[in-house]
Design a protein around this ligand. Structure first.
Ligand code: GTP
Ligand code: MG
Length: 370
């Protein structure tokens, strides 16, 4: 159950959102401004600021829509979801461009990634991997946090001609907070001034010991630009994925998470979502966060129409009645009426929760500890 957002909590307590974020951080929870907090986190954080939060039964009863668990025999292997993270310009998009034989950076404004790109790639050996490309610019912390939360494995790209930089550290913190295994890609080793040992040294200073240094974190020297040793890096990803024994049940209604959503002038609301379990089909009635609708069309990342998308597959869908928030969960309902009812209920519940929490906080303010 998730309640009010970091932002809302901050304004109720009359502190800045940054203070709430760092309070969460010190509790080991990575959050972003618009993220909803769970009861435990909410209670602990409020306590840090001297507030006590009371939840009524209605608050805690939420789960309008529990997913039924899958039977073991229905589960089959699914592709790993791998998020690429690291400091700005260290070569994340170049790496994915090389793997995909695409040229995304050429089309980016100033060569800076500003959104999460989601790609399902078929390797030469036939294996599939779903990659999420994240921006390295410091402004995009929320996207990196989200990327780390939906992924199975994180590749931390570090330019070997540079240092372990602030967003390198941040990316490592996100991976650790999400409890996701990391693989370190030491990039740009083609450069004459590349010094991968310097990076390994700096990492060891942060208690990140790569295999070459006797630790258990996999790493690989690569050149994303020329493709050197990218195959070796992918081997390590597949090895790591194998150990995770990732499985899903393609024979059920889909559920998953929203990667991003926006209003497109010609096409209406366009949402990129990642199917985590089940299979999403054109014509399905979908509920994503507070938005719902019938999936009118599904497109792959190259804009090619698709009829169905199974586990670990990212798709762009048309047909929602609004833009859900990135990070929102989605699921499928038997008919439009059901999806709509739940959407309305969710909205109501959220409004009530906000009001209730607000009231308790205001009352408690009287007894605020200093
Ligand atoms: P953001 O998304 O903005 O965080 O950057 P990014 O990490 O995606 O970096 P990007 O792939 O856009 O690469 C930044 C620059 O580094 C580009 O000019 C690339 O050509 C260059 N570059 C990336 N990888 C390598 C490499 O292995 N060797 C060399 N020499 N240059 C590289
Ligand atoms: Mg990029």
């Amino acid at each position: 159950t998730e309640f009010i957002t970091v932002n809302e909590l901050a304004s109720l307590m009359n502190v800045s959102p940054t203070e709430v974020i760092s309070a969460c951080f010190s509790l080991g929870v990575m959050v972003t401004m618009n993220q909803r907090l769970e009861a435990d986190t909410l209670t602990l954080v409020a306590d840090e600021f001297g507030y006590k939060i009371e939840f009524s039964d209605a608050d805690l009863e939420e789960n309008l829509d529990e997913e039924t668990p899958d039977a073991e025999e229905d589960l089959i292997a699914r592709a790993p979801i791998v998020t690429v993270m690291g400091h700005v310009d260290h070569g994340k998009t170049s790496l994915l461009d090389y793997i995909r034989k695409a040229n995304v950076i050429a089309g980016e404004s100033g060569g800076i990634t500003q959104h999460i790109g989601a790609y399902n790639v078929k390797l030469e050996g036939g294996q599939r991997i779903t990659f999420l490309d994240t921006p390295g610019h410091e402004a995009f912390t929320a996207m990196r946090a989200r990327g780390a939360q939906v992924t199975d494995i994180v590749i931390i790209v570090i330019a070997a001609d540079d240092d372990v930089m602030p967003q390198t550290k941040e990316a490592i913190a996100h991976a650790q907070a999400a409890g996701v295994p990391m693989i370190i890609a030491l990039n740009k080793v083609d450069k004459p001034n590349a010094n991968p040992d310097n990076i390994r040294q700096q990492l060891s200073g942060m208690n990140i010991l790569v295999e070459e240094w006797g630790g258990n974190i996999q790493s690989q020297e690569i050149s994303a630009k020329f493709g050197n040793n990218v195959d070796a890096l992918l081997e390590k990803v597949l090895l790591q994925a194998e150990m995770l024994e990732l499985k899903a049940n393609p024979d059920r209604a889909a559920n998953g998470v929203v990667i991003e959503a926006a209003l497109d002038k010609g096409r209406g609301y366009v949402s990129t979502i990642l199917v985590q379990n089940g299979t999403l089909k054109v014509g399905d009635y979908i509920l994503a966060g507070k938005n719902h609708g019938k999936v009118k069309a599904m497109l792959d990342e190259r804009g090619k129409p698709m009829q169905a998308a199974g586990p670990s597959i990212p798709v762009t869908i048309l047909g929602l009645d609004g833009a859900p928030t990135a990070g929102d969960k989605f699921r499928i309902y038997a008919d439009e009426k059901e999806a709509k009812t739940i959407a309305t209920k969710r909205e109501q519940l959220q409004r009530e929760q906000t009001l209730r929490t607000k009231k308790h906080l205001t009352l408690d303010e009287i007894g605020r500890r200093i």
